[in-house]
Design a protein around this ligand. Structure first.
Ligand SMILES: NC(=O)C1=CN([C@@H]2O[C@H](COP(=O)(O)OP(=O)(O)OC[C@H]3O[C@@H](n4cnc5c(N)ncnc54)[C@H](OP(=O)(O)O)[C@@H]3O)[C@@H](O)[C@H]2O)C=CC1
Ligand SMILES: O=C(O)[C@@H]1CCC=N1
Length: 270
């Protein structure tokens, strides 16, 4: 039995707990830590998982999953360092934070794996990218892969790519939600009731995502199949190009990558 403790059961920490339980992991194999007693009691009520202190999690768990905001990492590491059992695997979900930060602050030789997941973990459809730190071996990557494999897809990437991955798939669901939100507003503009506009757009998104995931065809081919000569779609595409939507996406994702780098650098200097 591998005991897994989620340190910081906020949005992504809770998504992981929920996904692991849905994936068949017994509640007794899981622990979490939260700052506030009310939130902790709520989570225990919802999932039947025990909430403990950071020190207790460090003593009892084989795997510690760090899911606090990058800005909250220093106090968490201070709480962890005295109680960490030798060989405990530390898995960081924190945007921007390099494995070297954990290695510097935790006992010598602590294996660390950096992961960038995303919130579709809640429905078993996460995209997680994992990278080994200096003391993490194949067995640690295998364990993390197995763990996250129950809540979605997992790829291994060099740590040097993690900031870009964060900008693409870590933040990625937000871009799709933003697009859906804007398309629903367009329905309102055209006089369609909000509920109907929502159904039309969400099912179109599900259908398009399924074609992308299962059809094996390039997105350009799929888009061309929708775009009839002198038809409706090409009129919309012309407006998207005119308004620089492609360039906006390139710039947006580059800005997200830069912010991930910046979050890591803040701790390198601090
Ligand atoms: N949300 C997302 O889509 C993704 C997030 N991530 C990463 O996951 C991490 C968490 O993000 P997210 O879930 O959105 O953030 P949240 O703020 O929702 O969750 C963090 C939780 O940790 C709690 N916390 C902070 N410090 C401690 C501590 N010392 N002990 C116990 N609990 C603590 C916070 O409590 P309080 O609020 O009271 O401070 C909060 O409930 C970040 O590093 C982020 O970069 C990665 C991929 C996707
Ligand atoms: O916005 C953020 O910083 C986090 C990391 C990736 C997704 N959410």
């Amino acid at each position: 039995m591998t005991t897994i403790a989620v340190l910081g059961a906020g949005k992504i920490g809770e998504a992981l707990l929920s996904g692991l339980l849905d994936g068949g992991r017994p509640a007794g194999d899981l622990l979490f830590t939260e700052k506030h007693a009310k939130r902790s009691a709520e989570l225990t009520g919802r999932y039947g998982v025990e909430g403990v202190s950071v020190g207790e999690a460090a003593k009892r768990a084989d795997v510690l999953v760090v899911a606090v905001k990058p800005q909250d990492i220093e106090p968490l590491l201070d709480q962890l360092v005295g109680d960490l059992a030798p060989g405990t695997l530390v898995v960081s979900l924190c945007a921007g934070l390099p494995t070297a930060l954990f290695e510097r602050r935790l006992p010598a030789g602590t294996p660390v794996v950096r992961v960038m997941p995303n919130t579709p973990m809640l429905v078993g459809e996460a995209m997680s990218a994992i990278s080994a730190g200096r003391h993490a071996g194949e067995e640690h990557l295998d364990l993390v892969e197995e763990l996250l494999g129950t809540v979605g897809k997992v790829v291994r990437v060099p740590e040097s790519q993690q900031d870009a991955v964060t900008a693409l798939s870590g933040s990625g669901p937000a871009y799709f939600f933003y697009l859906v939100e804007a398309m629903i507003d367009a329905g309102i503009l055209l006089g369609i009731p909000r509920e109907l506009a929502g159904s039309l757009i969400i099912q179109s998104a599900v259908g398009a995502a399924t074609m992308l995931a299962e059809g094996g065809q390039h997105p350009v081919i799929l888009r061309e199949a929708v775009t009839s000569p002198a038809g409706t779609t090409i009129m919309a595409i012309r407006e998207l190009e005119k308004h620089g939507v492609r360039a906006a996406l390139l710039a947006a994702i580059e800005a997200a990558r830069d912010r991930s780098v910046e979050l890591g650098n803040a701790h390198e200097k601090g």
